[in-house]
Design a protein around this ligand. Structure first.
Ligand code: 6PG
Length: 239
C-alpha cells in the first residue's frame, strides 16, 4: 500500500489547501476521462473546504463535468439540519457562480433505508475518481464505525447501518468503494482527534477496528491540533 501523504495546515489555510487539492484532482480527472466523479464527506470539518472550493475555484473549474456523490448520509430528509446533502448544497453547490455539478444524493428520507442503499448502489460509478472522508475520534469514517457489519459484505457498495454517532441510522459507502477509488482525501481537525490520528497513521493496519485506515494510501489534510503540533503547523508541511 502506498504511504500516505500528510499535509498540515491551520484555519483558513486548511480550507484553501483542501480546496486546491480537490481542484487539481477535478482538473486531472476531467482532462483524462472527460468528467470527475467525486464523493463528499459530511460532518463539520469539510464545510469550509467546500466553501473555499466554491469561492476560489467556482469560476475556473468545469463544474458541468463534475458529478457529486456522497460517502454517507444520515437518514433524515434533505432539508434537515443534519442532512449531509443540505450541508454540501449550502457550502458548495449554491455558492457556485456559474455552471453546477450534477448532484446524486442518498435518499435519507426513504423509510426503507435498505431500499435507499440498493438504489444508490445502482447509480454509484464502479470506480470513483475521488472520495473525501472525515474521521471520528473513534476512528470511524463515512458511517463505517469500528466493528462495522459492512466489513462482512464485500459484495455490497452501499449499506444502511446504525452507528453510535447521532443520528444513528445512516447510509454509507462500504470499504470496497473506498478501496477502489482513484484518490482519497481525509480531512481531520481538532485536539480531540490527535491521539486517534497518531494511532491510525502508525499502528498496524486493521480497518475493522480502525475503519479510517481504509484511506491510508490517500492524502491526509490535518490541522496542527490533530497533528499534535500545538497550533504551529503550516500548509505543505509533509511527512
Ligand atoms: C458524517 C460523516 C462522518 C464524519 C466524521 C467526522 O456524516 O457524520 O461523514 O464520517 O466525517 O464523523 O465528523 P466531523 O468533521 O464533524 O468531526
Amino acid at each position: 500500500m502506498r504511504e500516505h501523504e500528510l499535509l498540515v495546515a491551520a484555519d483558513a489555510e486548511f480550507a484553501a489547501t483542501g480546496a486546491a487539492w480537490l481542484a487539481a484532482r477535478i482538473e486531472e480527472a476531467v482532462a483524462a476521462r472527460g468528467r470527475c466523479t467525486l464523493a463528499l464527506a459530511g460532518g463539520t470539518t469539510p464545510a469550509p473546504v467546500y466553501g473555499a472550493l466554491a469561492e476560489t475555484h467556482g469560476e475556473t473549474l468545469p463544474w458541468d463535468r463534475v458529478e457529486l456523490y456522497f460517502g454517507d448520509e444520515r437518514c433524515v430528509p434533505p432539508d434537515h439540519a443534519e442532512s449531509n446533502y443540505r450541508m454540501v448544497r449550502e457550502a458548495l453547490v449554491e455558492r457556485l457562480p456559474g455552471a453546477r455539478p450534477s448532484v446524486h444524493r442518498m435518499e435519507g428520507e426513504e423509510p426503507n433505508a435498505d431500499r435507499a442503499a440498493r438504489r444508490y448502489e445502482e447509480l454509484l460509478p464502479g470506480v470513483l475518481d475521488v472520495v473525501v472522508l472525515g474521521m471520528g475520534a473513534d476512528g470511524h469514517t463515512a458511517s463505517l464505525f469500528p466493528g462495522s457489519q459492512a466489513f462482512e459484505h464485500p459484495e455490497r457498495r452501499v449499506l444502511a447501518v446504525s452507528g453510535p454517532k447521532p443520528p444513528s441510522l445512516r447510509l454509507t459507502i462500504t470499504p470496497t468503494v473506498i478501496e477502489l477509488a482513484r484518490d482519497v482525501l481525509v480531512l481531520v481537525r481538532g485536539t480531540e482527534k490527535a491521539e486517534r490520528l497518531a494511532e491510525v497513521l502508525h499502528a498496524p493496519v486493521d480497518p475493522h477496528a480502525r475503519p479510517v485506515q481504509l484511506a491510508l494510501r490517500g492524502t491526509w489534510l490535518v490541522d496542527p491540533a490533530a497533528a499534535g503540533r500545538g497550533g504551529t503547523g503550516s500548509a505543505g508541511a509533509a511527512e
